[in-house]
Design a protein around this ligand. Structure first.
Ligand code: ZN
Ligand code: ZN
Length: 377
């Protein structure tokens, strides 16, 4: 365990149990008496186990059995809060047997649920050899929905991941010089985050200069940054298994010109309006529409080519995904990004992204790096 993880978990036993109770309540509403959790990040969330091979069999009084192999014996002993740990070469078959017995013994439902978005076809076929096919129920998003309700410790960890990212950004942009390569800037940012206490980068860092800034998910190249370029930097830190996600756009080597200022102001305005409407209970597509209408008012709706944002937590992209077609509502404890952008192929683009926590009455930004279009280099 890293130091950041020790700070994260104050009473893991209680915390994991409460999460398991919430998951089982959802599962039981669907007639599922036992759930097989195979997604590693969900196993970690519900039991603390961080090994790469394991299956969690869950339910009937939220009791959890972790099945893993001998390589992870120590992990299982020291990390997990599961009620039982079994060491078996074939974790899935053993966990399926446990789940089958749990479902047969409980009055809550006879079905054995499995995570349809994660299980491979080969694993599904294997499962059918252990649990009779009519008892198998595919599920989607049960644990992901519970994960949306971040507790104060999770929010604190994400806030600290944001602070590390922002401190690294301040350090690195003050050092940018004309001619630096995108990829150099990206690596410097990642190294600065590690030096400031991050466990890792949150995802592949995007540094995009000039025309590259018009590509939403540009991969940094050896291209040098040049005077007058827009410079878009989208990055984050990983801390104690949690992520942060921030984008800022700068101008290189001179003050921004009128067009750059106009694009940036339009995106900043869209972002601000979207952040302002966020609150628990709101349909998740509303902030997207607000940002889009804001850009539409200046004729640039068609230059906003992606969704507004996504949940951030144990995964860099998790529920809720905020687009025009999202059907869910925001909930208290959702940590989301708001990241409108406007892209002009061949010329450049601007994105402004912040990580926020959804509250009863609004939202609190966990990232606070100045959003103005600043000059670097
Ligand atoms: Zn981002
Ligand atoms: Zn993002």
């Amino acid at each position: 365990m890293t130091a950041s993880e020790l700070n994260l978990i104050k009473n893991p036993q209680q915390q994991h149990h409460a999460r398991r109770v919430a998951v089982c309540r959802h599962a039981q509403k669907m007639g599922i008496g036992a759930l097989l959790v195979t997604t590693p990040v969900n196993i970690f969330y519900l039991s603390g186990f961080s090994g790469s091979n394991g299956v969690l069999a869950l339910c009937a009084n939220a009791e959890a059995t972790l099945v893993t192999d001998r390589r992870y014996e120590l992990h299982a002993r020291h990390e997990t809060t599961a009620d039982h740990v079994l060491l078996e070469r074939d974790a899935l078959a053993q966990a399926a047997q446990v789940a089958g017995n749990l479902a047969a013994a409980t009055a809550h439902g006879s079905q054995v649920g499995f995570e349809a978005e994660h299980l491979t076809v080969a694993q599904f076929q294997q499962l059918r050899g252990t649990v009779s096919p009519e008892l198998l129920s595919p599920t989607t998003g049960i644990v992901a929905e519970v994960r949306r309700h971040k507790d104060p410790e999770e929010i604190d960890t994400i806030a600290r991941a944001c602070q590390i990212a922002e401190a690294a950004l301040a350090e690195v942009v003050s050092d940018i010089r004309i001619g630096d390569q995108e990829v150099q800037i990206a690596r410097q940012l990642e190294f600065a985050m590690l030096r400031l206490g991050a466990d890792d980068k949150a995802f592949a860092t995007i540094v995009a200069a000039g025309a590259h800034s018009a590509v939403p998910h540009h991969v940094p190249t050896a291209a040098p940054v040049q005077t007058g370029d827009l410079l878009k930097i989208d990055f984050g830190a990983k801390l104690g298994h949690y992520h942060s996600d921030i984008t800022r756009t700068f101008v290189v080597g001179r003050d921004p010109d009128t067009e750059q200022l106009a694009i940036h102001a339009a995106v900043a305005d869209a972002a601000e309006r979207a952040r302002a409407v966020v609150r628990a209970g709101l349909p998740a597509e509303v902030p997207y529409r607000v940002a889009r209408e804001s850009l539409d008012a200046v004729g640039w709706a068609q230059n906003f080519t992606h969704g507004l944002g996504h949940g951030v937590g144990l995964e860099i992209h998790e529920a809720p995904i905020m687009t025009a077609v999202t059907t869910s509502r925001l909930v208290t404890g959702d940590v989301i990004t708001v990241e409108p952008g406007a892209y002009f192929p061949g010329r450049g683009g601007v994105r402004i992204e912040d990580t926020l926590v959804v509250t009863e009455s609004g939202a609190r930004a966990l990232s606070s790096y100045p959003r103005a279009l600043a000059r670097v280099g």
